[in-house]
Design a protein around this ligand. Sequence first.
Ligand code: NAD
Length: 244
Amino acid sequence: MKTAIVTGAARGIGLATARLFAAEGWQVALVDRDSEELARVAPGIAQGFAVDCDISEPDQVEAMVAEVIARTGRIDALVNNAGIADFGPIEQTDFARWRAVMATNLDGTFLVSQVCIPALRKQGGAIVNIASISGLRGSTLRVAYGTSKAAVIQLTRQQAAELGEYGIRANCVAPGPVRTKLAMAVHSPEIIAAYHDAIPLNRYGSEEELAEAITFLASEKASYITGQVLAVDGGFESTGVGLP
Ligand code: NAD
């Protein structure tokens, strides 16, 4: 049975993605640092199991990947979804906040990918990194978050260029706004209204809509797609309108 690792799977887009992988017959490692929430949701997913891990901690990442391989013997897909949001302009973003965002969004994505590569190389596989439309545009509010997500997009291209010869594809999904805990913590009523106006489909996306795109890119259906950024954003990116 194919095995997928989904980081940040205790809730939101990651949880929806883990559920969809399982529904499509994959075995799924649900990885998160929120062990309480993880323990609550993982038993509800047939073929799913929980692994506690803070992806910004190298030792924890090594132990997590070793546990997945010990349980399943293989890794066929890795979804680097765990992320944290931070809204602030440059002069109001202290270095500790900047580092915390980079540690999870960028360092964690790099680390988990690096440690999974030997297992992915065995039979080939796919990496799907979750960036954001905030990584595709400049904005007055997202110096740390937007920069981390732009770096994740470039990391995806590096991975695609380097790992193609081993049969490993790497793609990136750039979500538009989705009503998860992460987004709702930073989206004011004004930002929500502005997104509704600016998005051609006039609404936020759902976790399930993101999961469909992520599992597609991880699957054999996307066997000739690598190095791409897919904006799943109701058309926002196509308009050229600035981020609210
Ligand atoms: P969420 O906050 O609902 O879920 C994120 C999960 O990641 C949480 O369970 C959290 O505990 C976990 N996590 C955070 N840091 C971690 C770490 N260091 N180690 C392990 N787990 C960690 O968020 P979401 O909205 O589902 O976001 C998922 C991804 O989608 C993120 O990368 C986010 O940046 C991206 N994204 C979300 C939106 C949106 O509007 N929701 C838009 C664009 C991009």
